[in-house]
Design a protein around this ligand. Structure first.
Ligand code: D5M
Ligand code: FE
Ligand code: ZN
Length: 465
């Protein structure tokens, strides 16, 4: 494999900086001539070499689009699709499917060997090869290296990521149950695999978002927590007034519509509306006060009345009696199509788990958390922690197709990011800090909305503080 530092140095010699994505791409291609090809075709005045400078790479869009007009098309996450789990057979199917689908995204970029075949034969010892596995376990050694147990349908192997290798920064962010490829060499005795490089399913570096061919604006929010005494009703009414003059066609709400009942200890002392039906009635009234031209898309979160296990079903009819007609109820997660722009809505409970597992991750950086999801092509990689997942036959948490926009919530902290052409939006909350959040050291950024122009995908933050 070509050393990352050598690649960077070669570009520096030509007074060029190089984006880490390009370094990674050159390493994956394992073609040293590519560096000279890039340099030969660099336009003058270039400072940083990006994926646009790689010859032969052209803008790639994921799939074809059918332009839903004027209504919103729900691609996945329609009512009644969350399903139940039927015993261990479904559970096994779930993980096999997760492995196959995420593994095939990696296999497209490298030829991988089955783990069992690799261990059995002595032929491959000390030869560079690639394996693809699900992380069954991962921990640090007493010397500060990282060791992971990778599992594929044929077998398992211990993989060592040395702390003095560039691959270590990827290995530090390994999460249980994610699927990764590892390039490296098997030890003499066939018991340990030494990793040189890690490949995640990821988004292609030439991924280019679809743009709407006609004007359109969408507004993104989440986490209203109606019914809580910390719901910011005055800020909300300012938002409602603003919407009357804003030429937006769509309003998307990514969960925690109401505060719910009995969600956290002592919640009853912080509820203004202590009846769950009345909480949804009030939420519906708030939506009715918004302009009727809006298409409103509503998905649930962990405070909502539906089961906590993801995918979460749509808000049941008996709670949605006051909701306006221009309101579409979807599951969590869901993919919706707005004028060809695909939006993946996910409340974001898994962010709690990722913050505990990824060094340096924090609630302040919700944008980075969305990048971590996109790199793993999975909304909730770690199974069996704080995020309950209903392991039905299909893994609905896999990020496929690639959306133009990933819309999350839950953390109550605003975050906006663009990762390989995908716009990540977390608009924060409409609830001020609760006593519980104070205790947890969560510092919310309330009363913000994010608007996106569907012709440019440019986001803008609007504050109602
Ligand atoms: O989550 C609101 C915020 O509070 C979000 O940043 C996660 C955080 N939170 C929620 N529950 C917990 C627990 N149990 N530990 C630590 N942090 C937590 P919401 O879903 O609106 O309550
Ligand atoms: Fe919330
Ligand atoms: Zn939440």
């Amino acid at each position: 494999m070509i050393d990352a530092q050598l690649i960077a140095l070669r570009f520096l010699k030509t007074r060029l900086q190089v984006h880490p994505d390009v370094v990674r791409y050159i390493q994956e291609q394992d073609n040293p001539d590519l560096i000279e090809d890039i340099i030969a075709q660099i336009p003058p005045d270039t400072v940083v070499v990006t994926s646009k400078n790689i010859p032969g790479l052209t803008a790639t869009r994921d799939g074809t689009r059918f332009l839903a007009d004027p209504t919103v098309e729900v691609i996945s996450g329609n009512a009644g699709t969350s399903g139940s789990v039927n015993g261990t057979a479904d559970y096994l199917h779930y993980f096999r499917e997760r492995y196959q689908r995420l593994g095939s995204m990696i296999r497209n970029r490298c030829g991988a060997m089955p783990i069992e075949g690799l261990i059995r034969s002595s032929r491959y010892r000390q030869e560079e090869c690639t394996i693809i596995g699900m992380v069954a376990d991962v921990k640090s050694t007493s010397n500060g290296h990282r060791i992971a147990e990778l599992e594929d349908p044929t077998g398992t192997i211990a993989v060592l990521f040395r702390k003095d290798r560039p691959v270590f920064s990827d290995a530090e962010r390994l999460i249980h149950d994610e699927v990764v490829g590892v390039k490296g060499k098997l030890s003499h005795d066939g018991k340990l695999f030494f990793a040189d490089q890690m490949l995640r399913p990821d988004i292609r570096i030439d991924n280019t978002p679809f743009l709407s061919d006609r004007p359109g604006r969408a507004v993104f929010i989440s986490d209203l927590h109606v019914g809580s005494n910390t719901f910011l009703e005055q800020h909300w009414s300012r938002f409602a007034d603003w919407l009357h003059d804003e030429p937006a066609g769509y309003l998307l709400i990514a969960g925690d519509l109401v505060d719910g009942i009995g969600v956290y200890p002592g919640q009853e002392h912080e509820l203004l509306i202590k009846n769950i039906y009345e909480q949804y009635d009030r939420f519906g009234e708030l939506l009715c006060d918004l302009p009727s031209r809006l298409q409103i898309i509503v998905s649930p979160g962990n405070h909502d009345v539906v089961r906590g296990a993801e995918p979460q079903p749509v808000i049941p009819e008996q709670f949605a009696k006051t909701f306006p007609k221009n309101c579409t109820l979807v599951e969590n997660p869901a993919v919706v199509n707005l004028q060809g722009i695909r939006v993946l809505m996910y409340h974001g409970r898994s962010i709690d788990d990722m913050i505990g597992l990824i060094p340096g991750a924090s609630y302040e950086r919700s944008g980075q958390m969305m990048e971590e999801m996109l790199q793993r092509r999975h909304l909730a990689p770690a199974y069996g922690r704080k995020t309950p997942i209903a392991a039905g036959r299909q893994d609905r948490m896999i990020i496929d197709p690639i959306p133009e926009i990933l819309h999350t919530g839950h953390v109550h902290v605003r975050g906006i990011t663009t990762y390989r052409g995908v716009l990540g939006i977390n608009a924060g909350t409409w609830q001020s800090q609760t006593a519980f959040q104070k205790q947890m050291n969560v510092n919310p950024t309330p009363a913000l909305a994010v608007t996106v122009d569907l012709q440019t995908l440019r986001p803008e933050i609007v504050s109602f503080n």
